[in-house]
Design a protein around this ligand. Structure first.
Ligand SMILES: Nc1ncnc2c1ncn2[C@@H]1O[C@H](COP(=O)(O)OP(=O)(O)OP(=O)(O)O)[C@@H](O)[C@H]1O
Ligand SMILES: [Mg+2]
Length: 279
């Protein structure tokens, strides 16, 4: 008989009541097709928690389910102990949850300042006070605040999207791949900025393709695979876990090697000697 061991779902999580608790979520887009097949996650006050996993694992779907954008079919979601399962996104914003989607996350025809104004459309009286706080976190945006968001680079748009999500003063920020499509230098900036926002008191859930970098900055992380929890633990522990390396990080190393080889100038072609065989 083969013994199946269920993964320890919240390895390394601190004691006490979580701020956000997703318990055994089943969710999907099309009737009868579940993308999340029982996903769980806890976020404790002050934590920076990562979600990594292969393409199509359901990482974005999990974030969308946490933010009321994908229907939860079973399981339970709580915020500070209150049941918020299937609460709509606008109600979640009022309760202090912010979300930055993976793409299409700014209003391109509006200026930076107008984008930030949209962030507090439920509490417009807070605009000036919050603008000052948020621009302090994103000094790069100050001079450009009257420019249209559509004219910005990918990295700058990402900043605007994050800044907009911070305008209503969320206690929980859900970030979907803030480093996607950025140059390595800009990626580093995005990770450092995320860490800074977290240090400023915002609890963060971050989904990342750049798994190694995410594990470096996270307190804890979850590895998702095919809509289920596969591994969890402290960021640096997961980085050195042979199974996680083999299954989820090893491919990255292979990809990097392959990319480097592809960039290398072609080696001079030697005429095949007789007796050489194709490998
Ligand atoms: N709007 C949608 N309608 C139907 N199926 C969808 C929709 N969005 C995503 N899916 C499907 O859900 C599954 C999980 O997708 P999801 O975007 O959550 O993965 P992911 O882990 O975020 O992947 P990636 O690393 O590529 O961003 C995929 O099979 C995808 O095709
Ligand atoms: Mg995704």
């Amino acid at each position: 008989m083969t013994e199946t061991t269920a993964p320890v779902v919240h390895r390394g999580a601190p004691a006490g009541e979580p701020l956000l608790h997703a318990d055994d979520l089943v969710a999907g887009y099309l009737p009868g097709v579940n993308i999340l097949e029982g996903c769980s996650l806890v976020l404790h006050p002050g934590e920076l928690v990562g979600i990594i996993g292969p393409n199509g694992a359901g990482k974005s779907t999990l974030l969308k389910a946490l933010f009321g954008l994908v229907g939860i079919r079973s399981g339970r979601l709580t915020l500070q102990g209150d049941d918020i399962t299937n609460l709509r996104a606008d109600a979640l914003v009022r309760r202090g949850v912010g979300f930055v989607p993976q793409s299409n996350n700014v209003f391109p025809s509006l200026t930076i300042e107008e984008n930030l104004q949209m962030g507090v459309f439920q509490t417009p009286q807070k605009f000036h006070e919050r603008l000052e706080v948020v621009l302090h976190l994103f000094p790069e945006l100050v001079k450009r605040r009257k420019q249209r968001a559509g004219a910005l680079s990918g990295g700058e748009r990402q900043m605007v999207a994050m800044a907009r999500a911070l305008m209503p003063e969320p206690s929980v920020l859900l970030l979907d791949e803030p480093s996607a499509g950025l140059s390595p230098v800009r990626q580093d900036e995005a990770f450092l900025r995320t860490r800074r926002i977290n240090k400023a008191g915002v609890s963060v859930v971050i989904v990342e393709q750049n798994a190694r970098r995410a594990l470096q900055i996270c307190d804890r992380a979850y590895v998702l695979d095919q809509g289920r929890n596969a591994y969890s633990g402290r960021g640096r522990e997961l980085m050195h876990d042979p199974k996680v390396i083999e299954l989820y990080l090893g491919t990255l190393a292979t990809d990097v090697d392959a990319a480097r080889d592809a960039e290398a100038p072609p080696a001079p072609r030697a005429e095949p000697r007789s007796g050489d065989t194709a490998r």
